[in-house]
Design a protein around this ligand. Structure first.
Ligand SMILES: [Zn+2]
Length: 132
């Protein structure tokens, strides 16, 4: 099923971590790389560990933007808010990702302000992530 981009929620973004921890961390998954075959920037992620962004991006030891592939972080702009928000704490020179991208997403350009966020339909029940 083709996913229709949704401004608020969408498929998970994963972080490709180099086991030697020497290389920059890339992003995959989301709308951009649903098959997770390469990083969003096109770099091979073969042999890297894919971590759910929730388990790595919000943590304090990963706040330095030097640790991240900036091309992947740039493409993350086009992913939905619920995924971008996980990267809010990453610090860049002019401010955090939250300051620069998440707040801007919520404010939206003034000509769009009068329109509601673009949402897809709720998934068919078989696609629900049922917890219990
Ligand atoms: Zn990358």
């Amino acid at each position: 099923m083709a996913m229709i981009p949704n401004e608020l929620t969408g498929p998970r973004v994963y972080v490709a971590v180099d086991d030697k921890k020497s290389a920059k961390m890339h992003l995959t998954g989301g709308f951009h790389k649903p098959d997770r075959d390469k990083a969003m920037c096109g770099t091979s992620i073969e042999g890297k560990t894919l971590v759910d962004a929730r388990d790595i991006a919000p943590h304090s030891e990963y706040q330095d933007s030097e640790l991240w592939c900036l091309r992947c972080i740039g493409i993350l702009d086009f992913e939905p808010l619920d995924q971008k928000i996980l990267f809010s704490a990453i610090k860049f020179q002019p401010g955090t990702y939250g300051d620069l991208v998440v707040i801007r997403h919520l404010q939206r350009p003034s000509k769009l302000k009068t329109h509601p966020f673009r949402l897809t339909n709720a998934p068919p029940r078989k696609d629900w992530r049922i917890v219990k």
